[in-house]
Write a new protein. Sequence first.
Length: 150
Amino acid sequence: MSCFTKILSYEAIEDLHRNLDGDKNGEVDHFETEKFLRKEFNSGDAAKKSRMLNSDDPLISLTDLWQMWRNNPAFNWTVRDTTQWLVSLVDLPQYVDLFRQHNLDGRSLPRLAMQNMSYLTDVLGIQNPIHKKKLMLRALDVILFGPPRR
């Protein structure tokens, strides 16, 4: 991983941690995780997913979240793996060439998950708000919970 790519990925994880950390104390607890998941995923299983995320450590620091991401199998996805995810799970095959052109591999997923969607809009040029939201949520899911099990 190039130094620049690593910095961008870390900054995106930092953005995610900042959004998870509702009380801004530097650590994310089970309740903050659950609240974030309910808001972002509009999910009935937010409590269950929150327990999964906080199972190893009840308080998740930025360093913890970065390590969780570095140990996530999706972190090592190739561009091919990422485009396969884009087609089969995100269901947005129209962006495959764009992902290839920008060499988007697993390490790029945190940038796709940024709340302000600036990377999706400004760098990738994706304008459709539904597509941007879908990409953001699917990337968030992979970052927080790992790739889907086949």
